[in-house]
Structures are given as structure tokens and as C-alpha cells.
Write a protein that binds this ligand. Structure first.
Ligand SMILES: NC(=O)c1ccc[n+]([C@@H]2O[C@H](COP(=O)([O-])OP(=O)(O)OC[C@H]3O[C@@H](n4cnc5c(N)ncnc54)[C@H](OP(=O)(O)O)[C@@H]3O)[C@@H](O)[C@H]2O)c1
Length: 185
């Protein structure tokens, strides 16, 4: 049995990843804060996977992170999808007035490169997926009118995760960048 932990699985990209990775030999550990939305994700996947557990923790504080780790327990996990996050979005481009957000997202690339090297000997792969603007509820929280029709779907991001997972175990796919053919926002 494989155990997959997906943070931010209650909606959007995290939910689409859960739906994509659900399989009979997989236990899905679905994390979020919104219990109602998380239950909807469970409903969508439970008939397709071996087991589902819901983990409710606020990752904006260190106690929430520690509690999540404690609840996952000592049994090994085979995949961590580190997806939970808030708007606005930009890890490779700077946007006016988004300095705090861009700084934190750019920093994750440096963090990932270091962790990738630290874990290489243990055969643990660290993969960053950079989606273009993706049509999820995250955009409801950002002031302004956003052209949803130019955005990619969360299912496309989930497909990139599945592709990365399907590579041979000795191949370290490092980054996947998805853009929309209709152009950037
Ligand atoms: N949509 C885009 O255009 C886009 C593009 C590039 C990258 N991203 C990144 O992709 C990730 C998912 O985005 P999305 O579009 O799917 O967003 P979303 O629909 O708003 O979903 C965000 C998820 O993150 C969880 N979350 C947020 N803050 C949390 C916290 N403090 N503690 C625990 N969980 C928290 C939410 O949980 P609850 O709802 O249960 O609170 C929800 O499940 C984010 O990291 C985002 O920055 C998004």
C-alpha cells in the first residue's frame, strides 16, 4: 500500500491531484482546514482508493505543521504534495505590489534545490511544478477581474503530477513549468 499526503486537498489544484492519484493500492491522506470541502474531496475519491484519511490543520502556524506531522505518524509516506497556499501567484515573475508573495515563492525554488541534493542519496525525488494561472477559487480572493478563459485547468496541473510520478525511479525530474497557449495574464 502506498501512502500519499496532499496538503490543500480541500479544493482547487489539491483536489484535482487527489482525484488523479486515487488508486486501489493507495491510501490518500487529505489535508485542509475546511472540513466541509475536504469531505467533498473524500466523497470524490473514496470509491477509487484503498483508504482515505482527513487531516485538519492550519499550516499558517508552526503548531499546525507539527500537529500534521504527528498525525501522519511514523509509517512511511511515498509522496508529499506540498500544495496548500494562498493567492496571489508568482514564483518566477515579479509583479508590482506582489513583493512579499513573490519573495516567498521564489525562495521555495532555492529551498527545493537544497532539499533535492540533501535527499538524493536516499532516493527521494523533489519535483517543483510551476503552473500558469489556474482556474480555481484562489482567484476569488484577488481583487480585480481575471480572465478565467485564459487559465489552465487544475486537472492539467494534476496530470503534470501524475506524469512526474510515472517516470522511472532513477530519473529525477526536477521542474515542470506549465503555461497557457493563450498567453500570460
Ligand atoms: N491557481 C493558480 O493560478 C495557481 C498558480 C500557481 C500556483 N498556485 C499554487 O497552487 C496551490 C494551490 O492553489 P489553488 O489554486 O488550488 O488554491 P485554492 O483553490 O484556494 O486552494 C488552496 C488550498 O490550500 C489550503 N490552505 C490555504 N491556506 C492554508 C493554511 N493556512 N493551512 C492549511 N491549508 C491551507 C486550502 O485549504 P482550506 O480551503 O481547507 O482552508 C485549500 O485546500 C497554492 O500554493 C497556490 O499558490 C496556484
Amino acid at each position: 500500500m502506498k501512502r500519499y499526503l496532499i496538503t490543500g486537498a480541500s479544493r482547487g489544484i489539491g483536489r484535482a491531484i487527489a482525484e488523479k492519484l486515487a488508486a486501489k493500492d493507495v491510501e490518500l491522506l487529505l489535508h485542509g482546514r475546511d472540513t466541509v470541502a475536504l469531505a467533498q474531496t473524500r466523497k470524490a475519491v473514496e470509491s477509487q482508493c484503498a483508504k482515505v484519511a482527513l487531516l485538519i490543520h492550519d499550516l499558517a502556524n508552526s503548531a499546525g505543521v507539527s500537529d500534521l506531522i504527528a498525525e501522519v505518524g511514523n509509517e512511511p509516506i511515498h509522496l508529499l504534495v506540498n500544495n496548500a497556499g494562498v493567492a496571489v501567484v508568482a514564483a518566477k515573475r515579479g509583479f508590482p505590489n506582489w513583493s512579499a508573495y513573490c519573495m516567498s515563492k521564489f525562495a521555495l525554488e532555492g529551498f527545493s534545490q537544497c532539499v533535492r541534493e540533501e535527499l538524493r542519496d536516499r532516493k527521494i525525488r523533489v519535483i517543483n511544478i510551476y503552473p500558469a494561472a489556474t482556474d480555481t477559487e484562489i482567484w476569488d480572493q484577488i481583487q480585480g477581474k481575471w480572465p478565467r478563459q485564459k487559465m489552465i485547468s487544475p486537472e492539467e496541473v494534476a496530470s503534470a503530477v501524475a506524469y512526474a510520478m510515472s517516470r522511472a525511479a532513477d530519473v529525477a525530474l526536477e521542474n515542470i513549468t506549465l503555461s497557457s497557449l493563450t498567453g500570460n495574464l
